[in-house]
Design a protein around this ligand. Structure first.
Ligand code: B12
Ligand code: SF4
Ligand code: SF4
Length: 299
């Protein structure tokens, strides 16, 4: 994520991004859903169960932008979610809709942290008409459940060490996952929700009504054999295009599936893993070999 260094100065200064910006309009879109039981294999973080929010949320923000442009024809409005250099949690806090918890996520009273953030950069100066509420809230001083629950110890008083975060390792990281962190992945094939699941603000939160999230593409679990057997990059894109899982890439998703197969002691997947040891992608081949070694040492 070296782009973050390049964006450092822009995170808190929208006018450095676009000198005409006068207001940042912040929006939140819930993706809250409860996982059905029983548990299966290849756990997927909640935000990725349905259609990619970059598409779903951006479309909504663009509709609002378009409508604002019609009301204020001499002004500019640009919509983003996730992809702007701005630190969206910081701006959500400024807007008064949330505070940033010890899990480093934006939290509101009614939605916990199960929501996406997006923004519209506006050349028109909007003046808030109500008083920010949530920005005054904070984590209870005695609560450190998110730190305690993190499987890799990525959270501490220093903040989040992204290099240890399973969300980073399974989604953004290219190449092999460090040996010392592989077993902590457990059954997680894409992303991680542990520091949100334990948060008291996330209990009893109403489900999202967004149909694009409720209609699952990946859903809460992904069949490991299916991922290990994807024959080509084209087949990968056909299956996962439009889902957040596409972000991990053909290499990353198969790498993750190998490690999860090892962690879950999936002896029945040994044939697929053996096939992958001769894969042209060295990261996938090495991850398959790691899983085989774990399984064979226990047979
Ligand atoms: C990069 C990024 C990530 C990275 C880094 C996360 C992070 N906390 O910064 C990774 C890939 C790990 C990640 C993971 C997730 N993300 Co993310 N991510 C972003 C993104 C694109 C940029 C955030 C950013 O600028 N971070 C950098 C700085 C500002 O963050 P910081 O934690 O305050 O930085 C401090 C630490 O890095 C620390 N530090 C620096 N070096 C070191 C070294 C050590 C050793 C330590 C301990 C600390 C440390 O110092 C920094 C300054 O205080 C935003 C979208 C956006 N544009 O804002 C989404 C965003 C924050 N992510 C989001 C989501 C949903 C997630 C996940 C929940 C996905 C999942 N389930 O797997 C996880 C949650 C992990 C967590 N507990 O934060 C949502 C959060 C919504 C909300 N309610 O808050 C956002 C806002 C996207 C969106 N548009 O909705 N994400
Ligand atoms: S997403 Fe998972 S690995 Fe990352 S900080 Fe939260 S609990 Fe830790
Ligand atoms: S688990 Fe506790 S400390 Fe962590 S974000 Fe939630 S309230 Fe804050």
């Amino acid at each position: 994520m070296t782009w973050m260094e390049r964006h450092e100065l822009l995170k808190y200064d929208p006018q450095a991004l676009d000198p005409t910006v006068q207001s940042v309009l912040i929006a939140a879109l819930s993706y809250a859903q409860t996982p059905p039981s029983p548990q299966k294999e290849g756990r997927v973080a909640r935000y990725a169960w349905g259609r990619d929010y970059h598409k779903v949320f951006l479309k909504k923000l663009q509709t609002v932008s378009h409508s604002l442009s019609q009301h204020f024809p001499n002004e500019h409005f640009r919509a983003f979610t996730d992809t702007s250099p701005l630190d969206e949690r910081f701006w959500a806090e400024k807007a008064g809709i949330s505070f940033t918890g010890r899990n480093r996520l934006a939290i509101t009273d009614s939605w916990g942290s199960w929501f996406f953030l997006g923004e519209i950069l506006s050349s028109r100066l909007f003046t808030p008409t109500d008083r920010p509420q949530a920005a005054h809230r904070q984590c209870p001083s005695s609560c450190h459940r998110c730190w305690q629950s993190c499987p890799t110890g990525a959270l501490s008083e220093k903040g989040l060490d992204a290099r240890r975060c399973i969300a980073y390792l399974t989604i953004e990281h290219k190449g092999s996952i460090p040996l010392s962190l592989r077993s902590q992945l457990g059954d997680r094939i894409f992303g991680c929700d542990d520091c949100q699941e334990v948060c008291p603000f996330n209990h009893g939160v109403p489900s999202t009504t967004e149909t694009e999230f409720l209609a699952w593409k990946a859903g809460p679990w992904v069949d490991l054999a299916g991922v290990l057997e994807i024959p080509s990059e084209d087949a990968f894109t056909r299956q996962w295009g439009g889902s957040p899982l596409h972000r991990a890439g053909f290499s990353g998703l198969r790498r993750n599936a190998c490690l999860v197969a090892g962690n879950l002691r999936r002896f029945d997947l040994l044939p697929q893993l053996h096939n992958l040891t001769s894969d042209p992608d060295p990261v996938v081949a090495e991850s398959a070999l790691w899983a085989i070694q774990i399984l064979e040492s226990e047979q």
